[in-house]
Write a protein that binds this ligand. Sequence first.
Ligand SMILES: [Zn+2]
Length: 75
Amino acid sequence: MPGSFAIRLRCPVCELDSWVTLPDRSESGDEIRQRTWDFKCRQDGPQQGLPQEVIEVAPLYEERPSPGQESAPRE
Ligand SMILES: [Zn+2]
């Protein structure tokens, strides 16, 4: 069953953390944790590394705005 993950990766150059979202992965959280990922540091460009942190996130189904919340008139 596919899951979505958010992983935190640390740039080996400047040690700045970057979060990357991985939607619809077939891997488990452990497998995600044990492999290296490509990511892009804001300062140093493309990097690779092991995740510092892995969070499983709920799939983004049914994210509809609830009706009537935006257009309520206010005086
Ligand atoms: Zn960097």
